[in-house]
Write a protein that binds this ligand. Structure first.
Ligand code: FE2
Ligand code: FE2
Length: 192
């Protein structure tokens, strides 16, 4: 940890943990999308792909700050355990809830104490975007549990992902600008 200033040690450790979490979430959701398609849950597959893209954006944002602070963004990608699509959706929802309720609030508090604006920004972007994922996964879990394959979870659909912060929406032209980072809506990526 040679290039990292002593006062940034914990912030960088937290950024690395978040980088690892986001990178593994990307791998998980990518595998879960394949399974959802195989199960005929094409809308759920679209959601997994959109969220996977958002996690990739979070990982890249965290990596930039890690480098800026003199660290190196590396992590281990664990093998993905693919179960039934309902279980996969619940795993995804649980991961999002952990990040929203525990991981990012803790990391944000530390970065705020250190007044590290770059770390505060990347943690805030991820935290706010994960809330959109939790909402959508929650909806998908409920529909899947109710056996409603004729709802949106059954049909491939577009999701709109902010390329700056990963905010994810199912509604086209929801806002003029991203409600989290203010990026113009025209820049949003369409993921299906
Ligand atoms: Fe997420
Ligand atoms: Fe955004």
């Amino acid at each position: 940890m040679s290039g990292i200033a002593a006062e940034n040690t914990v912030t960088v450790q937290n950024l690395l943990a978040a980088f690892e979490g986001e990178s593994n979430a990307n791998a998980k959701y990518t595998a879960f999308a394949v399974k959802a398609d195989a199960d005929g849950l094409h809308g759920a597959a679209s959601l997994f792909r959109a969220a996977a893209r958002a996690e990739q954006i979070h990982a890249a944002n965290h990596a930039r700050v890690i480098k800026q602070l003199g660290g190196e963004a590396t992590c281990e990608i664990h093998p993905v355990e693919v179960k039934t699509s309902l279980e996969n959706l619940k795993t995804a929802l649980g991961g999002e809830r952990y990040e929203i309720d525990t991981m990012y609030p803790g990391f944000l508090a530390e970065a705020t104490e250190r007044k590290n604006t770059s770390a505060i920004r990347t943690f805030t972007f991820a935290l706010e975007a994960e809330k959109t994922h939790a909402r959508l996964y929650g909806e998908a879990v409920a529909l899947c549990e109710a056996g409603k394959k004729d709802s949106w979870i059954g049909t491939a659909r577009d999701f709109f992902v902010c390329p700056v912060c990963g905010y994810t929406s199912e509604t086209p032209d929801e806002h003029e600008r991203c409600p989290v980072c203010n990026a113009p809506w025209e820049r949003f990526e369409t993921i299906r």
